[in-house]
Structures are given as C-alpha cells and as structure tokens.
Ligand binder design. Structure first.
Ligand code: FAD
Ligand code: 2HG
Ligand code: ZN
Length: 476
C-alpha cells in the first residue's frame, strides 16, 4: 500500500488490484503527476481521483472494468484531455478512477486498397493523418487540437473540425469499432466494410457517447485519396447574408470541391494578434467579417477556378478584399491564424461559450437576433464568434465586459445561455454542434431535449451500464 492509497475513499485492495493489472509503468497516483488529469483544457473543471491508469492493451482495460464493477468504482475515460465541456474530468466525490488511453496507441492495420486504417484509441489524431499521408491517403478529420487529442476522444465526442463540409463528422469516418463494455466484455466490431446491413449499427451507440457507455479501444477508419492541390483564400466579406451567398457560390464554382469554409470575425482576430506570436493580418484594411475558404482536389487543379470565384464575388459586392495563399507556407499561416482563436480567447480570460448549429440559411437571423438580445441584457459584453459556418456551426462566444470581474460576469452565465439557446431552439438548431455535453452543458441539454429522447437515452444507459460506473455526472 502506498501513502496515497491510505488517503483515498476507495478500497485499498481494489486500488492494488487495479495497479497490478497495468504494472508499475501503467499508473499514476502521486498528487503532482495526477494534477493534469484532474483539470480540463479550459481550466474550468477540477476533479478529485486517487488514481490514473494507463493501460496498453484492450485486455488490461477489460480487466480494469471488471474490478471496478466488483467494487463499484466509477471510471472516467480520458484521451488527450482537450475536450471543451469537462467531460473527461472526474467529479469531486473522489469515487472515480481515470482510465487514460495514452499508451494504447498502436496502428493495427493499414489497407490502402480498402482505403482503411485500424488504430488503437490512444493514437494522436495528427499521427493518424501522417500515417495515412505516407501511403498517399488522407484521414480528413482536422481540428486545432489535433497534435494532442486522441482518436478515442474524437470518437467519444463525435468530433467535427474544419473538413466536415466535404468529409463529414467523425461518425461518418468510421467503419468499425472495438469497445470494452461496462461489464468488462470486449465487443469486437472492427469491420472494414462500407456496406453491412446486419441489424442495428452498434458502433453508432458508442460514437458521441462521451465515455458513458463503454471504453472505445480501437477503430477502423475511412481513408480518402490525398489531395494534391489546395486553393486557400482569406476574404473580407461585407455581411452575414453575403457570407451565405458566398458559400453557395463557392460550392458551385469549385465543382463541390470546398473542403473548408470558416467564418472569422474581427474581435477574435484582434485577440489572436494581441496574444499570439508571428501572426500577421492577411489584409491591409480591417473588416468585421472574414471567410477562410479552401478548395482541394486529388487531381491537378486549375488555379483559375478560385481566382474566378473571388473576382466574381468582388464584382458583385459580396467581398471587399481577398488574398489567395501562393505557397504552402502562406496557406499554413492562414490556418495558424484560424486555429489560434480558441487559445487567444482562453488567454484573454473569462468567456461564456456556445457551440451551436442552425440551418446554414438561418445563420444571419441567428447572429443578428442573438447579439442584439445579449447586448441589451448586458451592455459592454464582447461577442467573439467564429467557426464552421459552412456546417451551420458557430462558436458563439462572449468575453466579459472589459471592466467586469470574472465572478460578477459568471453570475450572468445562465441568463446569457438562456437568451442564446432559446433563439437556437426557435430556429430548430442544436446547443452542441461538435463539442458534446459533458458537465458544462448538462443542464441545458436536459432542459432543451424532448423527454422521449431522454427516455430512450436513459433506457440505453441502464441496459448497457446498469451499475452506472461509466463517467458519472456527464451527459445524462
Ligand atoms: P478527451 O477530452 O480526453 O475526452 C473527451 C470525452 O471523450 C470525455 O467524455 C471522455 O470521457 C471521452 N473519451 C475519451 N477517450 C475515450 C475512449 N477511448 N472511450 C470512451 N470515451 C472516451 N472539437 C471539435 O469537434 N472540433 C474542433 O474544431 C475542435 N477544435 C478544438 C481546438 C482546440 C484548440 C481545442 C483545445 C479543442 C478543440 N476541440 C474541437 C475539442 C476537442 O479537441 C475534441 O472534443 C476532441 O475530440 C477531444 O479528444 P480528446 O482525446 O482530447 O478527448
Ligand atoms: C474550434 O473550432 C474549436 O476552434 C474550439 O471547436 C471553439 O473555442 C471554441 O469555442
Ligand atoms: Zn469547432
């Protein structure tokens, strides 16, 4: 028994058994090393747990889950811990252990002609992208945290990112899964088939379930031909309605070759310049709204397509200025600017965040109505929205008024959420387009979700996890 075990609420013999499963390299129990596992990326949720396990095989995870069932120990699965809603952070009861997938990180199988790759849950997203690129294939999931988030976390949150318009969400990129169920059984569903209609599609139960229905241990992912050519531009757009028209035009003029269509507004861009290093304004004059647009193709592309598209947009008054990346370095610089926005917002300080979606055609109405209503409620509040407007998904965030203290600002959080989410609901939208529910959005989720949906979800949860050991306090 270690001194740390004696302070824990959990049975010492159970903790010893769990450590034995993973061996001395596979657990962390001292306070200093545990600290990063107990805090979420935004620094808003801090939990308590005596132990983080770092198994390196599926069988070890199955053994861990069996022991936890026997002793009624709760499990918080954790990948890269980059989630936005505190879903990978334990609660403060001290009754959970963390199961990190960081060491479960092998590439199991590559099948170039089937366009598939089978990977373990702890593979970092960027490493999967690199592995695919080496065989001239693309794994298209791409997001700002790709250097540290893991595919298990991407699956458990059904991650979105900047290529959804062309390739879909994480859910659309999976052919098979392997999962340890809450009773410790291993479900082996690692198929690599594009067509398979044998009953319910069980993998979809676990995708987006935020660790509440089991621990995903491996996945077979879809690959695509690697694009040979990118056309990327940064355009100042004159209004919200114009941005929607520009999206429509881009899809037509590119032969539906738009892979990304991101909205950036001036306030988060200013924060990026203020808090980031080596980030330059791509255009000479400031504008309120920008679109970062990328066309991509695995064939040789006629560069005149993007030039023609932008020329027509300038002539018709949709765009006031634009720059096309002339090299891979310039393209990367534009993307660095976009991907730094969450970090810049975090450095700036307290904000109330929303990850909403509405039909693309309703974006202008949503933004105009919601900004007016929130400004009326709290004058001086600073809208800092941006996001995947091509998917109808905005990160509709608000920074506190400059002179307000964090504590006073957060007293307004519930009211701001209510104002924004009522408008989202009235437009048939979603209160979580890509980050999930976790702890942060649980109350809103329970409030806005129809009772029949909640009933079905609870039935599923009770069937798969009757002892309620998987990720308590999250989602439901
Ligand atoms: P974690 O944060 O560790 O966990 C997230 C959830 O998944 C938790 O509920 C956890 O319990 C569960 N989980 C983790 N692994 C498993 C597993 N193996 N089995 C079962 N459950 C598991 N998200 C987007 O969708 N689009 C974006 O564009 C985007 N951009 C981001 C940019 C930045 C800078 C940051 C910090 C985050 C961004 N995110 C984005 C959010 C985050 O990166 C994603 O939600 C990501 O998918 C989480 O992966 P993770 O490995 O960090 O998961
Ligand atoms: C992004 O698209 C992420 O950059 C994070 O989903 C969004 O910080 C946010 O609100
Ligand atoms: Zn996003």
């Amino acid at each position: 028994m270690s001194p740390d075990d004696s302070r824990s609420l959990l049975p010492v013999e159970a903790l010893e058994q769990l450590k034995n499963v993973v061996g001395h390299k596979g657990f962390i129990s001292n306070e200093a090393d545990l600290a990063p596992y107990l805090l979420d990326w935004r620094g808003q949720f801090r939990g308590i747990s005596p132990l983080a396990l770092r198994p390196d095989t599926t069988q070890q995870i199955a053994d861990i889950v069996c022991i936890c069932n026997e002793y009624n120990i709760k499990i918080v699965p954790q990948g890269g811990n980059t989630g936005m809603n505190g879903a990978a952070t334990p609660d403060d009861s001290g009754s959970s252990i963390i199961v990190s997938t960081a060491r479960l990180n092998k590439i199991r199988h590559l099948d170039p002609l089937n366009y598939t790759i089978a990977v373990e849950a702890g593979c970092v997203l960027q490493n999967i992208q690199k592995e695919a690129a080496q065989i001239d294939r693309l794994f298209p999931l791409s997001l700002g945290a790709e250097g540290s988030c893991q595919i298990g976390g991407n699956l458990a949150t059904n991650a979105g990112g900047v290529n959804v318009l062309r390739y879909g969400n994480m859910r659309d990129l999976v052919l098979g899964l392997e999962t340890v169920l809450p009773n410790g059984e291993i479900w082996s569903g690692l198929k690599g088939l594009r067509k398979d209609n044998t009953g319910y599609d069980l993998k979809h139960l676990f995708i987006g379930s935020e660790g509440t229905l089991g621990i995903i241990t491996a996945a077979t992912l879809k690959l695509f031909p690697k694009p040979k050519h990118f056309d990327t531009c940064f355009a100042a757009v004159v209004g919200l309605q114009e941005i929607i028209e520009l999206l429509d035009r881009a899809r037509h003029r590119s032969g539906d070759g738009v892979s990304s269509f991101e909205l950036i507004t001036r306030p988060p861009l200013e924060l990026a310049f203020q808090h980031g290093k080596n980030l330059a304004d791509p255009l000479a004059e400031p504008s309120e709204l920008y679109a970062l647009i990328e066309f991509s193709s695995s064939a040789e592309v006629n560069e005149e397509i993007m030039e023609g598209f932008l020329e027509s947009a300038l002539t018709d008054g949709l765009v006031s200025d634009a720059v096309i990346a002339k090299s891979e370095t310039q393209r990367q610089a534009l993307w660095r600017l976009r991907e730094f926005l969450p970090e810049a917002e975090k450095i700036e300080g307290a904000s109330v965040k929303h990850d909403i979606s509405v039909p693309v055609s309703s974006i202008p109405e949503f933004v105009e109505t919601a900004i007016l209503a929130v400004n009326q409620y709290l004058p001086g509040i600073r809208p800092i929205y941006f996001g995947h407007v091509g998917d109808g998904n905005l990160h509709f965030n608000f920074a506190k008024p400059k002179t307000m203290k964090d504590k006073s600002f957060f007293l307004h959080k519930d009211k701001i959420n209510e104002i924004v989410l009522d408008i989202v609901a009235s437009l048939g939208g979603s209160l979580s387009a890509e980050h999930g529910i976790g702890q942060l959005k649980r109350d809103s989720f329970l409030h806005y979700t129809p009772s029949i949906d909640l009933y079905l979800m609870r039935q599923l949860k009770n069937t798969l996890d009757p002892n309620k050991i998987m990720n308590p306090g999250k989602l439901l």
